[in-house]
Ligand binder design. Structure first.
Ligand code: KG4
Ligand code: ZN
Length: 331
């Protein structure tokens, strides 16, 4: 079964053709990072307008790359939410138009289910599993007992980890999106600054707003004292604590749940320290680990095409009344 996956929830217009939920035939990602960089973050209205400009070009390129036509496609999977509503609607209208014109099933995919199923492109998922979802908008531990059966064990009480990375990066004068640059900078310094490990409690929850404030306060206090901040050391200190707080809760979740596999999902799955520490943790706990290739960590149509296959098998077909939603729980 060939599924056309369409993703436009933030600042990437992306389409991909995926065979049977596991095999990538072709992917095109048109990123708007360079456009939004000068504003220090994604400007929703500008993002929507660029999706409108890009959407037909991305479709044409994707089919061309796959050497296929719409007649070869069996179904269309679309991110219906959560995300920026104007951006989501552009992808959704494209998906609905294609489904109507070519008489193909339309499959609604939750953006986070997409991130989770990016792993299906590199590993066969084995259940029960734990998914660590770490992105610009989400920080959650999800348990899956089977394909498309999601149960939330815990999540952030305030900011998402990616959002926290981007805000701290801004304090360190790094360009948007700062997460990957902060990750790189952390390797050049030593974790000499003392920062509190957030929400070190007995739950599966996270909290990142206090850590962000702690960094901002530390910078202000040092400035007031006339001391220069060692940015690389501060980046290393922040990364150490942020990742430690993830690992503490994942270790607890692995120990307390009888699982076969751990998967990491979302843009922050590209983070070098998360990849390294999760690898060590899963070796210690003797569970299988899957992390997507770098290109499937941030938003892309391939993950939507992969998730769409399993959503379809789960009977999740939508009609043309399908609408986009800016907020929606996966579980
Ligand atoms: O999943 P994604 O592309 O978009 C959302 O659904 O949110 O994730 C983007 C987030 C941004 O906050 C970005 O800074 C962060 O992922 N990110 C990273 C790294 N690469 C991307 N954060 C830390 N370290 C990285 N290497
Ligand atoms: Zn995402």
């Amino acid at each position: 079964m060939y599924i056309l996956g369409i993703e436009s929830s933030c600042d990437e217009t992306s389409m991909s053709i995926i065979k049977n939920g596991r095999e990538e035939i072709a992917t095109v990602i048109s990123s708007q990072i360079d456009i939004h960089k000068e504003y220090g973050g994604v400007v929703p209205e500008i993002a929507s307008r660029n999706h409108v400009k890009n959407v037909t070009i991305v479709l044409e390129e994707c089919l061309e790359k796959a050497n296929m036509t719409m007649d070869d496609i069996d179904a269309i999977a679309i991110t219906y939410g959560p995300g920026l509503i104007g951006s989501l609607l552009v992808g959704l209208e494209a998906a609905k138009t294609l489904a109507f014109l070519y008489n193909k099933p339309l499959i609604p995919v939750h953006h986070i289910a997409g991130h989770i199923y990016a792993n299906s492109l590199v590993s066969e998922l084995e259940f029960p599993l734990l998914a660590l979802v770490v992105s610009g908008g989400h920080t959650e531990i999800i348990k899956m007992t089977d394909h498309y059966k999601f149960e939330k064990l815990g999540g952030t009480l305030d900011d998402a980890i990616g959002e926290c990375y981007d805000k701290v990066a801004r304090v360190l004068d790094l360009e948007y999106p700062g997460g990957p640059k902060l990750d790189k900078m952390a390797h050049e310094g030593y974790p000499n600054y003392k920062l509190p490990v957030p929400l070190n409690d007995d739950s599966y929850n996270f909290s990142f707003s206090g850590l962000k404030s702690a960094v901002i306060n530390l910078v202000h206090n040092e400035e007031q004292r006339g001391n220069e901040i060692d940015k690389t050391d501060l980046a290393a200190s922040f990364q150490k604590v942020a990742v430690e707080s993830i690992i503490i809760k994942m270790e607890k979740a692995i120990k307390e749940n009888d699982i076969k596999m751990v998967i990491v999902a979302g843009g922050v799955a590209a983070n070098s320290a998360i990849r390294e520490e999760m690898t060590k943790l899963c070796e210690r706990e003797k569970v299988k680990l899957s992390i997507p290739d770098f290109k499937y960590c941030t938003d892309n149509g391939a993950m939507i095409g992969a998730a769409g296959y399993y959503a379809y098998l789960d009977g999740r077909e939508a009609d043309l009344k399908l609408n986009s939603v800016s907020q929606d729980k996966l579980a």
